[in-house]
Design a binder for this molecule. Structure first.
Ligand code: ADP
Ligand code: MG
Length: 698
């Protein structure tokens, strides 16, 4: 039976039947109501007011809402939309939408209408979204408010189209129920802190832009295999599966030539993304078999976060057209690489990227202040960074097989480490062997060659030339959470430096800055690590340095509850203490529920799929006498069957108790028993598609 699946999958790889979407420049952003389109269809005064809102992140002026709404509707209807939705990002980590038709009655005639009020505020029944106790179900009302900093766009389906209005989501009493609001608030906090520091450096006020480029890793498997794997369908990952003889040892997949069916899929994905104004740029095979990556050109943070949510959705939907399933789980397959989301983050002041070393002593001084602020922030708040990238899926990935460990450290590369060492020596006479001490405001930095910085792929938080790349986030996660943390902790660090610098007299500004940077490097250099983050020795070394190592979600979410962290987020008006605590509740519940699902589905597979096959195998052998080989095979099966029954019992007991660690242990223990059976049961009888099939036939 399984052989039919393999055949079907291989045949499908030869014939791509769906029409090919071709990515074309002239279609770029055609489904986005962006500044150009607004300029074309709004009055000059309205357009100017709206642009002021966009740049200043101010609330929309109600005087212009009606005109904007009417123009937006006309544009959307002209492009085939019949419905609109406030598109938001609840704490489930996904996106949510409830469609309403533009349909209304006027003088008993059906018309399409859309008012300023409908554009700016919506009232979904919010009772079924997780709130962590912030809102009781009898008080179900939540409301969504348009976030004009992310433009409206059109989502298409085979029978029509919907106008999507990116929004934030709050409870009726104003408590934050989504991932976007804290992100926007943290961005504002960071912008204020950057502006303050640049003012201290004597620069004129300029717009601040936080930027994000989110590299997205994913797996593709043939849908026929997927449908035969209840674990993939229900848990997003394989709970069983013996390692195939060949997996990624030969390193022949990474950057290999892209198979035709996959390339057709990728092109179609890009066509969809470009229409949505999402600048998909890079595509390639990743390290594991059947693993791929998509990277966009970086954009303003808020927009990039929305765009990444759409990237994940488009990947899933388009895969279906090609008879494929896109797996975004962080660890769909044991023993090979998992999937991450590399979060490339930087800050621009005017046109200058502040994480770009620059070409003169003043730019260097600003760069070093930024760099040291980030180092300080990561060292002080490594726990929060780990928290923001936690989740049951990512627990399987972090620290396993070519993924950064759960310990958060910063990689700078040799050249920059040398600069930091010089900084630490400050005015003190340098030893001849290690170069001159760097004098802030006087010396220029050597040009850092971004392309030749030895890339340390093992580091969770790496400086890569002109940005920081946080590699811990999981492939399925929204970027909102991690960037909310990065923005907030960096804002705090910048304020800490600005506090001190503001007290310095202009005459010894550079001396004071030098002193601050020296002290902060000394205090926080323990978080710097250029070595191999995958090595067990690093775990011991990190412990000696006092760096937190929070291996599972249960430990990783605890930092949401500490008074210091709650005070930090409250100080920057990102989340108050109640909202932080509610997030802890939501994450905890999500973890427990997902774990229970995994345990449940593992038991089902073991009892209903694996056990019957083992019985059948045993029946073939039992009772045979006179052949040593057959008797031994029967004995082995009987033994394994006993192990399987014991493991099932343990899993059942764990499910009964609902105890997380019991469920985790039982899941961990049942897997090798089933995988060993896979190795001895007749290949034709095995009920689950095997790794060698799913990972290599597409
Ligand atoms: P890789 O890390 O795979 O070698 P690149 O260095 O090309 O890839 O870039 C990875 C991602 O970083 C891309 O999405 C790119 O647009 C983004 N990126 C580049 N510069 C910045 C920046 N200043 N701010 C944020 N992201 C950036
Ligand atoms: Mg990268």
């Amino acid at each position: 039976m399984r052989s039919n699946l393999v055949l079907a999958a291989s045949e499908r790889s030869l014939t791509v039947t769906s029409p090919l979407g071709i990515a074309a420049l002239e279609h770029f952003a055609e489904d986005v109501f962006d500044a150009d389109k607004m300029a074309a269809c709004l009055s000059r005064t309205t357009y100017k007011k709206l642009m002021g809102t966009l740049q200043g992140m101010q609330p929309l002026d109600s005087d212009i809402a009606d005109e904007v709404a009417s123009a937006m509707k006309a544009w959307a209807v002209g492009r085939g939309a019949t419905h609109y939705t406030h598109w938001f990002q609840p704490l489930t980590g996904g996106t949510a939408e409830k469609h309403d038709a533009f349909l209304e009655f006027q003088d008993e005639k059906a018309i399409f209408a859309f008012s300023g009020k409908m554009l700016t505020v919506g009232e979904p029944d919010a009772s079924s979204f997780p709130s962590g106790g912030l809102r009781s179900t009898f008080e179900a009302r939540g409301y969504t408010a348009w976030d004009p900093t992310s433009p409206a766009f059109i989502k298409r389906h085979s029978n029509g189209a919907t106008l999507c209005i990116p929004t934030v989501f709050c409870s009726y009493h104003g408590e934050v129920l989504d991932k976007k609001t804290p992100l926007l608030r943290s961005t504002q906090a960071l912008k204020a802190a950057v502006t303050r520091l640049m003012t201290v450096f004597g620069l004129p006020v300029e717009p601040v832009k936080v930027t994000l480029g989110a590299e997205q890793e994913y797996f593709l498997v043939d849908k026929k295999f997927y449908l035969e794997r209840p674990d993939l369908i229900q848990a997003g990952r394989t709970l069983f599966g013996a390692p195939p003889a060949k997996h990624q040892q030969l390193e022949d997949h990474y950057f290999g030539s892209i198979p035709p069916r996959i390339l057709a899929f990728m092109t179609d994905v890009e066509a969809e993304l470009w229409k949505l104004g999402i600048p998909a740029k890079t595509r390639h095979n990743e390290a594991a078999p059947a693993q791929f990556e998509l990277a966009p050109i970086f954009e303003e943070l808020n927009l990039a976060v929305d765009h990444n949510m759409l990237v994940m959705e488009v990947l899933r939907q388009v895969a279906n057209r090609y008879g494929l399933v896109c797996l975004l789980h962080e660890k769909p397959f044991a023993c090979i690489n998992g999937s991450g989301k590399h979060n490339n983050w930087s800050v621009c002041y005017g046109r200058k990227n502040l994480l770009d070393p620059g070409s003169n002593p003043q730019e260097n001084a600003i760069f070093l202040a930024m760099l040291v602020a980030v180092i300080r922030a990561v060292d002080l708040h490594a726990d929060l960074l780990r928290m923001a990238s936690s989740g049951i899926g990512n627990d399987c990935r972090l620290g396993a097989n070519e993924a950064p460990p759960a310990i958060v450290s910063v990689f700078l590369g040799d050249q920059l480490t040398e600069v930091i060492n010089q900084l630490e020596k400050g005015g003190v006479k340098a030893k001849a062997t290690t170069g001159q001490a760097l004098r802030i405001g006087v010396d220029s930095l050597p040009t850092l060659q971004a392309d030749t910085t030895d890339r340390n792929r093992t580091s969770p938080f790496a400086f890569t030339g002109n940005k920081f790349e946080f590699r811990a986030p999981g492939s399925s996660q929204s970027c909102a959470g991690v960037n909310t943390v990065i923005n907030t902790i960096v804002a705090e660090s910048l304020d800490y430096i600005a506090d001190k610098l503001e007290k310095a007299s202009p005459k010894n500004f550079n001396g004071v800055l030098q002193g601050i940077l020296k002290n902060e490097v000394t205090a926080h250099k323990r978080v710097l690590f250029n070595g191999d983050g995958y090595h067990v020795k690093w775990v011991q070394e990190a412990e000696k340095r006092g760096l937190p190592n929070l291996p599972t979600t249960l430990e990783a979410i605890a930092p949401l509850l500490t008074p210091e962290n709650q005070a930090l987020f409250a100080k920057y008006h990102v989340l108050n203490a109640t909202e932080m605590t509610s997030r802890y509740e939501v994450f905890l519940e999500d973890y427990q529920r997902r774990l229970t699902i995994e345990a449940g589905i593992a038991r089902e597979i073991a009892v209903n799929m694996v056990r019957p096959v083992v019985f059948k195998e045993y029946a073939k052998l039992a009772g045979v006498t006179g052949c040593r080989s057959l008797t031994m095979a029967a004995e082995e099966l009987a033994q394994r069957l006993e192990q399987l029954d014991a493991a099932i019992q343990k899993l059942s007991a764990a499910l009964e108790s609902q105890e997380c660690s019991a469920m985790r242990t039982a899941l961990r223990e049942i897997r090798p028993v089933v995988d060993a059976l896979e190795g001895i049961v007749d290949n034709a009888e095995w009920p689950l598609p095997k790794y060698r099939e799913m990972l290599f036939v597409y």
